[in-house]
Ligand binder design. Structure first.
Ligand code: FAD
Ligand code: DLZ
Ligand code: SF4
Length: 510
């Protein structure tokens, strides 16, 4: 009697994934495939490929230990066709199932492929919803319906009410929804972040590291030292050490940046969460418990929970609400090619050099490094959204289209015209100087506003406002800088434009 073929994609590594619902170990087969198409749709960081392959192989072992039959096609397996579709067809021919189950993918690109498979396969394909999120796609649609603007803060309050996280009799704990005014301090001298040693590679990971070294030698980033966990147990250990050692300071130093310390008090859990090794609610409940037990303060715990049930769920909602047209907008008309230093890290701008360096070494940079350094520069320099989106999708271990795209396209590049964030996060060098130690070791002078020695962020910031005045000048949240701009003399405006043009002309894209 034939059973079902249950196709588990590389970022669906959860025992609770819906494609495994009702699995009959006596009849069904789980299919997992390593394919060239997925390793090459962007030039992923070496550690990202290693993490995904090793986590996939470990997950297959977990299922096998439960007595489940797993058909696992490794990248180097003979006959591997190199695509999801090709491997699914071969597996259907091998196992002759009566149906195929697959959980909704995280990317529009893959969803489109699945529509084609439906037509091509000789058996029915059941696409089942992904329940690993607090807010379903339908629920987000209902929330968004009829609103003129979608604002994360209002969505977040709904999620607090829905989950009961940090709630007391229908009201937010501490009498406020958001404690950001207590957060976001610069890192004082002498405050040392906890050691984030990571996980030693086991035999499976070592095999994968050798495969990645052999097959992807030219990809971006260092492969080793490889510090990521690759199993649910590892991910739970990482969560536990974050909650006990870093969470208490998460809020205070969430926006701080320090040379050689990309992790600071951040959780480093996004790769695990996005792969399916952790569940968003279990993470938030662990953080909430720390507050209830008195080991972490409310400003830290609320700020952390907001990132997960607020921002993460919100960007996913926007992605599925607005795709595929979302990716095509370019409201500010930015067209510049990505400067080569995003890949090489070779630049005199020390903040960019440090953030790209951290990214190369760890396939990680924290949110403010992404938003206010590499992102801010791309915005001010008028980099084409597709160019910078490809970079973010490639270089981080946690990067998948559903979460990377809204963050880059909407939050960083404002290419959606304000659908996701009410104003662009544009900032001059003063912000970076306040929140980091980068400027002290930079070839440029962060205090200087004009000329060769001046910090490029300073004149690029005003140049950005001048060039986009027609689109941003009437934005109430931009009123203050535009008032300052209005007071500038024509000579000062010309100086800004000429400094910006000279600097931008010096950038090379290869
Ligand atoms: P922490 O600072 O400890 O935060 C806790 C968790 O909150 C994260 O693990 C993450 O799951 C969630 N979170 C925080 N901010 C966001 C956000 N803006 N959007 C979604 N989730 C959030 N995150 C990804 O998971 N994948 C991406 O591809 C990605 N691309 C980004 C691109 C840009 C340009 C920017 C500005 C941000 C991007 N982010 C992305 C969001 C955020 O930077 C990362 O989630 C975070 O840095 C991961 O590190 P952490 O786990 O230590 O996070
Ligand atoms: C990112 C990625 C990579 C590099 N390789 C694979 C792979 O070989 N097999 C696989 O199942 N998944 C991989 N992934 C993750 C997929 O791109 C991800 O599952 C889809 O983006 C889901 O939409
Ligand atoms: Fe970056 Fe400017 Fe500071 Fe240099 S001076 S590190 S370019 S912000």
């Amino acid at each position: 009697m034939p059973g079902a073929l249950r196709f588990v994609l590389g970022d669906q590594l959860s025992r609770a994934i819906t494609s495994l619902d009702g699995l009959n170990p006596a009849l069904d087969v789980v299919l997992m495939v390593e394919v060239a198409e997925e390793t090459s749709y962007v030039g992923h960081h070496k550690q990202k490929i290693a993490l995904i392959f090793s986590a996939m192989r470990h997950f297959a072992e977990v299922l096998r230990e439960e007595g489940i039959r797993v058909d696992y096609v490794a990248l180097d397996a003979p006959g591997n066709t190199g695509s999801f579709g090709g491997e699914l067809k071969r597996a259907v021919a091998r196992h002759q199932p009566d149906a195929v189950f697959v959980t909704e993918p995280g990317e529009w690109r893959v969803l489109e492929m699945i529509q084609d498979w439906r037509e091509e396969l000789p058996v029915p394909l059941h696409l089942v919803p992904d329940r690993r999120f607090v807010c379903s796609r339908e629920e987000f649609l209902a929330w968004a319906h009829g609103r003129k603007a979608y604002r994360m803060e209002l969505f977040y309050r709904e999620m607090r009410r829905k989950t009961g996280l940090l709630m007391q009799d229908g009201e937010p704990e501490g009498g406020q929804w958001n404690f950001d005014h207590d957060n976001r301090k610069a890192l004082p001298k002498g405050v040392a972040p906890p050691d984030r040693g990571g996980f030693a590679p086991d035999a499976i990971t070592q095999e994968v590291l050798a495969l990645v070294a052999r097959r992807f030698p030219e990809n971006f980033g260092d492969l080793e030292p490889f510090r990521w966990g690759v199993t649910r147990e590892d991910a739970l250990a990482a969560l536990e050490s974050f909650v006990s050692e870093a969470l208490p300071f998460f809020g205070d130093y969430q926006d701080a940046m320090k040379t050689g310390e990309p992790f600071l008090f951040h959780s480093l859990i996004s790769p695990y969460l996005n792969l399916g090794l952790l569940d968003p609610l279990e993470i938030c409940r662990a953080a909430e418990q720390a507050w209830r037990e008195g080991t972490a303060p409310l400003n830290a715990v609320e700020g952390f929970i907001r990132q997960i049930i607020g921002w993460r769920e919100y960007v996913r909602g926007i992605y599925w609400l607005e795709m595929p047209d979302y990716a095509k907008t370019n409201v500010l008309g930015a067209t510049r090619k990505l400067p080569w230093f995003y890949w090489s890290g070779e630049t005199e701008l020390n903040c960019l050099k440090q953030c790209v360096g951290d990214t190369r070494r760890h396939a990680y940079a924290h949110h403010i490094q992404r938003l206010m350094v590499t992102g801010n520069f791309a915005l001010l320099a008028g980099i084409a959204p597709v160019e910078i989106e490809e970079w973010y999708l490639a270089v981080y271990a946690d990067a998948y289209d559903w979460v990377e795209l809204p963050n880059t396209h909407g939050m960083v590049m404002w290419a959606d015209g304000g659908l996701l964030g009410s104003k662009p996060y544009a900032a001059s060098g003063a912000y970076i100087d306040r929140m980091s130690d980068y400027c002290g070791a930079c070839a440029y002078d962060v205090k200087a506003k004009a000329g060769n020695a001046a910090c490029p962020f300073n004149y690029l910031y005003w140049n950005f406002l001048i060039e986009n005045e027609a689109k941003l000048g009437r934005n109430p949240r931009m009123a203050m800088p535009y008032r300052t701009l209005a007071r500038m003399t024509p000579a000062r405006r010309d100086e800004i434009a000429s400094d910006a043009q000279a600097f931008l002309a010096s950038l090379h894209s290869s």
